[in-house]
Write a protein that binds this ligand. Structure first.
Ligand code: SF4
Length: 502
C-alpha cells in the first residue's frame, strides 16, 4: 500500500504546536473539521485569535457536542452575504471547504460568484495569504459594482491567525467586512448568519451615528416600524404586516437584509422582534441603538395574542389599538386551526431556530408534541415559547445532538417526526413518517392565519401515509443496513431475480 504519511488527526495535537508561530500555521493547514476536540481552537488562540474566540463563545455557547452536526457553519454567513445586492463575498479557507460551500450555495440558488483566495502552506506560514487577501479585496473594490465586500475566514485561516480585522474598513468607498467563522467557534450555520448580520449592523450603526445615511429604497409610509430578525418565508413578513396594521405599525426591511441601506431602516425601527431567537450579535446592535427587543413570534392564538401585546407595549401603542389588532387577527387564526385539526403525536427537531414556534402551532392545532430539539442555544428570546410548551408537557432540548433527537423519536414513537436529514432517514428505516424540517416546514408560512392552515396540511398529509411507510419497511426487509447497506441477503436475491428491464 502506498505510504501517505501520518494521519493528521492522530499526530496534530496541541502539544505538537509550540516550536514556532510558523510551525503552528503550517500544522493548522493540515487540519479541519476532523482535527479533534480543541486542536484547531488551541492553534487559533496561539495565533492571536483569543479575543475573537472568546466573543464567539460568549455569543454562541457550545452544547454537548464540540463540533457542528450539520453543514459547515460558514454556510450561514456565506448565504447572508450572497443574498445581498451589490455585495461581493470572498472565502479564505481550504479548497475542499470552499468547494463544499460554493456547491451548497449554488444548490440553494445563489446566482453570484464566490471569490476565493487560494493558499498553500508557504503563503500561510509567511503571512503572504493576508497580503493576497488584501490585494484581492483592493482589486474587487469597485464602487460602481459594490457597496460592500465580505471576507470570511474559514477554519484553517482562523486557526492560523490570518488577521482580517486589519483589512482597511473601506476601499474606494466600498465597505470591507472581515469575519472569522470557524467550525470550532460557531456551533451552527444558523448562528453564522448572525455573525455576518451582526457585523454589518454594527458597521451601519456607526455610519448612522456619524451622519446622514441613505433612505431605504422600498419605504412605503412614515409609520413606525418593527424589524423582524431572522430569515422568514417570503409571505410571512406580509402576513405580519397585516397583524401590525391596526396598531399603526408596519414592517421594516428584514434582517438579514437584502441591501446595505436596509440596515439603516432596520436600526431605525421602533421595536426589533427576535422572531428567530439566536441572533445574539444583532440584538446587541439593536440594544446599542436604543431599540427594545421582543422575543417569540405570532404563532397560533396564544402566541399571536402575547406577541401583539408585547410589540404594542414596547412600541408605546395605546391599549385600545392593541385590542383592535388582536380582535382583527385572532378569530381568523382560531378558525384556521379549527378547520385543520391535527390528531397525531409529533416530535420536532431541527437547526433553523424556529423549532419552538413550529411546536407551539402544532400543539394549538391539537397535536401531542412530547419533544422539541433545537441545535440552537437557549436565549431569553425563546423563553416564552419554552415555558408555554413545557406547561403542555413538552421536553425542550436546546443544543440538541442528533443522538438526543434519535432517542426521543425511539422513545415517543411519533406518528410523524419533523427533523434533520439523518433523523428523517432513521425514522423512515423504522417505518415512521418523517419530514425534513428545512425543506418542508421552513418553506411554508408559519405566522398568522396562513401559518395555522399550512402546517396542519403537511402533518395530516404525512400521517395519512403511515401504512405506505410500513409497507416499505416490509418490502425492504432483508436488505442490508449499516455496513452491509446495499447487499441483499441471498434468499431474497434468489426469490426476486433482477430482469434486464429493472
Ligand atoms: S470551514 Fe467548514 S468544512 Fe472547512 S474545516 Fe471548517 S467546519 Fe469543516
Amino acid at each position: 500500500m502506498q505510504d501517505i504519511g501520518p494521519d493528521p488527526r492522530k499526530t496534530a495535537k496541541p502539544e505538537g504546536f509550540g516550536a514556532s508561530a510558523a510551525k503552528k500555521k503550517a500544522e493548522a493547514a493540515l487540519l479541519g473539521c476532523h482535527a479533534g476536540p480543541g486542536v484547531m481552537e488551541e492553534a487559533a488562540r496561539s495565533a492571536g485569535k483569543s479575543d475573537i474566540l472568546d466573543k464567539l463563545a460568549a455569543d454562541y455557547p457550545k452544547g454537548p457536542h464540540d463540533q457542528p452536526q450539520s453543514m459547515c457553519p460558514a454556510f450561514g454567513s456565506l448565504r447572508v452575504g450572497l443574498r445581498m445586492r451589490r455585495t461581493a463575498t470572498i472565502l479564505s479557507g481550504s479548497a475542499c471547504c470552499v468547494y463544499g460551500l460554493t456547491f451548497t450555495s449554488h444548490f440553494y440558488g445563489a446566482r453570484r460568484t464566490v471569490g476565493y483566495v487560494p493558499f498553500n502552506s508557504e503563503t500561510l506560514v509567511t503571512g503572504q495569504l493576508y497580503e493576497d487577501i488584501r490585494n484581492g479585496v483592493k482589486e474587487m473594490a469597485d464602487p460602481e459594482k459594490y457597496d460592500t465586500i465580505v471576507v470570511i475566514n474559514l477554519c484553517v485561516p482562523t486557526a492560523s491567525g490570518v488577521p482580517l480585522d486589519r483589512l482597511p474598513p473601506e476601499i474606494n468607498g466600498v465597505r470591507v467586512i472581515g469575519i472569522d467563522v470557524p467550525g470550532f467557534g460557531v456551533p451552527t450555520h444558523a448562528e453564522a448568519k448572525d455573525v455576518l448580520a451582526g457585523a454589518m449592523l454594527r458597521y451601519a450603526r456607526k455610519e448612522a451615528e456619524a451622519g446622514p445615511v441613505a433612505r431605504p429604497r422600498a419605504k412605503k409610509d412614515d409609520r413606525p416600524t418593527v424589524t423582524l430578525i431572522g430569515e422568514l418565508f417570503p409571505a410571512d413578513p406580509v402576513g405580519i404586516g397585516a397583524l401590525l396594521d391596526p396598531m399603526g405599525l408596519s414592517v421594516a426591511p428584514q434582517l438579514p437584509s437584502r441591501e446595505w441601506r436596509d440596515l439603516y431602516a432596520c436600526l431605525d425601527s421602533r421595536v426589533a422582534a427576535a422572531v428567530h431567537p439566536f441572533y445574539t450579535a444583532s440584538v446587541r446592535e439593536f440594544a446599542a441603538a436604543g431599540r427594545p427587543v421582543v422575543g417569540s413570534g405570532p404563532v397560533g392564538v396564544d402566541g399571536t395574542a402575547a406577541w401583539l401585546d408585547a410589540i404594542g407595549e414596547a412600541a408605546g401603542v395605546p391599549a385600545d389599538r392593541i385590542s383592535a389588532a388582536k380582535n382583527a387577527a385572532l378569530p381568523a387564526i382560531r378558525a384556521a386551526l379549527a378547520d385543520n385539526p391535527i390528531n397525531a403525536t409529533v416530535t420536532v427537531s431541527g437547526y433553523e431556530g424556529s423549532e419552538l414556534l413550529v411546536a407551539r402551532l402544532l400543539v394549538e392545532a391539537g397535536a401531542r408534541v412530547p419533544y422539541v430539539g433545537t441545535a440552537c442555544p437557549k436565549t431569553e428570546w425563546s423563553d416564552a415559547d419554552r415555558e408555554w410548551l413545557e406547561a403542555r408537557g413538552a421536553h425542550i432540548q436546546y443544543r440538541a445532538s442528533l443522538e438526543q433527537d434519535l432517542a426521543a423519536m425511539k422513545e415517543f414513537a411519533p406518528d410523524l417526526a419533523l427533523g434533520t436529514t439523518p433523523l428523517v432517514q432513521a425514522a423512515k428505516e423504522r417505518g415512521t413518517p418523517a419530514v425534513y424540517f428545512t425543506n418542508m416546514v421552513s418553506a411554508r408560512p408559519l405566522f398568522g392565519p396562513a401559518g395555522a392552515g399550512s402546517l396542519a396540511g403537511i402533518v395530516s398529509a404525512q400521517t395519512r401515509g403511515r401504512d405506505r411507510f410500513a409497507g416499505m419497511v416490509d418490502f425492504f426487509a432483508g436488505v442490508g443496513t449499516g455496513e452491509s447497506t446495499g447487499y441483499t441477503v441471498p434468499s431474497r436475491a434468489a426469490a426476486q431475480p433482477m430482469s434486464a428491464g429493472d
